[in-house]
Design a protein around this ligand. Sequence first.
Ligand code: CA2
Length: 145
Amino acid sequence: MKQILIINGPNLNLLGKREPTIYGNRSFVDYLKTIEELFPDVQLRYFQSNHEGELIDKIHELGFDVDGIVINAGAYTHTSIAIADALSAVTAPAVEVHISNVHARESFRHHSYLSAKCKGVIVGLGLTGYELAVRYLMSYKVIEL
Ligand code: CA2
């Protein structure tokens, strides 16, 4: 069975509790049930932390074993070379997801240190972005030349 790690960064534990106009009204733990139902053949691992080092530790811990990483590093997206380095260091392909359309928001959200380390980026599609990322990673194959 394929294993996909979903990582959420700081403040994403507040989903469904605050700022519903930007981030919706559903908690991530609730939404996770939907992804599990959509992909019964995938073993999902979920990790959320408000601490940069803990996010890095989890990428190191599982990033050589899982088949893919879906990462929404929250505001660390725009600041963290360390998380970018961790994604570079591990073998699992990663997809970056943002719930909101960061390009339609403040200019400091327009740059991501992580995008260049990821296979692709999904922004602005709400929580649906996570399931699209899982779908992509399920069928991802390394093409050896
Ligand atoms: O749009 C996204 O997914 C973001 O990664 C969310 C981050 C933000 O810093 C990024 O620029 C874009 C912020 C997450 C905050 O999440 C909250 C959820 C509910 C209530 C308050 C904050």
